[in-house]
Design a binder for this molecule. Structure first.
Ligand code: ADP
Length: 337
């Protein structure tokens, strides 16, 4: 993917972050924050060092969805930087932790606040990286490294396996594993599309910053995308036709900014009751988006009371029920960002 555009020099606060993922929606209430928070905790569970930046200044949800001990951001007066708060190993910054309550602000002020929070935050982390990703492995490397890869303990789940190589650990999807167990078959990486999706982390202080974007595609969003060198975008939507039109706007905005949209999450797509599956908002919008815009991944999230309850309880669903259906969906999403 082409390099993202950002105005001027990259702000110091962002220089130490390896991957910045925007979770975006074109309307409020579709589950964007739910996806952002659960994605972040899934990445952390995979071993990455993760931060969440809640850029939804008008309606910050992060303070409800997680329950850090310190509910206020600290300042480093000397360096004039903001120290994120933390919950279960994930660094958190939200206007909701700034101690000022809900905002009544005009657009330019909102952009100013977002920029300040984002660019003056120090994202150091005391946790050493466990999972390292980096640039896609170049084809010549594959033949060289395959024989020396060795596996961590096999897992029962569909969750990718950790593979260690030369002091680095890599996450590999299951379909690669047979070749690694039989290293005498150093196949070409083109036969393994997932291999190209590996990124080494360990390049900065934070492996992933997940940005919960303000809903919509207006000036605030555009400014944010221009200041921040986004690695990828995930778009959250609901299945209605109307939502499709909005998603198209979002996809266009990111494509203008040369930010790849790696996945669409179609939230609240169905619910199960009395042994039957219901599609309250209809079907098919998500796959239409994927086909029309060539987005590589589509994920369905059903309406689940547990997801809503965990959102209100301050413990993300993927933390509360790591083996559940929701967690498995997020693990797949985690691999593709
Ligand atoms: P947004 O960030 O788009 O405004 P939220 O993530 O805050 O949306 O979600 C809005 C509300 O819907 C929250 O109360 C959340 O818990 C709930 N919710 C989101 N997704 C689901 C789902 N799949 N099943 C049940 N409730 C959900």
């Amino acid at each position: 993917p082409a390099k993202p555009i950002y105005a001027g020099q990259l702000p110091a606060g962002l220089q130490t972050i390896s991957n910045i993922i925007a979770v975006s929606s074109c309307k409020g209430g579709v589950g964007k924050s739910t996806v952002a928070v659960n994605l972040a905790y899934t990445l952390a569970d995979m071993g990455a060092r993760v931060g969440i930046f809640d850029a939804d200044v008008y309606g910050p949800s992060l303070p409800t969805m997680v329950s850090p001990e310190k509910r206020i951001l600290e300042m480093n007066a000397e360096k004039r930087t903001i120290i994120p708060t933390e919950y279960m190993g994930v660094k958190l910054v939200s206007f909701g932790f700034a101690g000022q309550g809900r905002a009544i602000m005009r657009g330019p002020m909102v952009s100013g606040v977002i920029n300040q929070l984002l660019t003056t935050t120090e994202w150091p982390t005391s946790t050493p990286p466990r999972t390292l990703y980096s640039q896609p492995l170049a084809p010549p490397h594959w033949g060289v490294c395959a024989p020396s890869l060795h596996m961590s303990k096999p897992s029962q789940s569909r969750f990718p396996q950790l593979v260690h190589h030369r002091g680095h650990s890599h996450l590999l999807p299951d379909n690669l594993i047979p070749n690694l167990i039989a290293p005498s078959v150093p196949t070409h990486p083109s036969q393994h599309p997932h291999l190209r999706k590996m990124h080494f982390l360990n390049m900065g202080e934070l492996d992933y910053l997940v940005i919960d974007m303000p809903p919509g595609t207006g000036d605030i969003q555009l400014t944010l995308c221009q200041v921040v060198p986004l690695t990828a975008a995930v778009i959250v939507t609901t299945p209605q036709k109307l939502a499709f039109i909005d998603v198209a706007k979002g996809v266009r905005m990111f494509s203008k900014l040369k930010v790849p949209c790696v996945a669409v999450v179609e939230n609240m797509c169905h619910f199960d009751a009395d042994g039957k599956r219901y599609y309250p908002f209809g079907r098919g919008s998500g796959s239409q988006v994927v086909q029309q815009f060539g987005i590589p991944h589509l994920f369905d999230l059903p309406i689940q009371p547990a997801l809503s309850a965990s959102g209100d309880s301050g413990m993300p669903e993927v933390v509360a029920d790591p083996q559940g259906e929701v967690s498995r969906t997020f693990q797949e999403l985690g691999v593709c960002v």
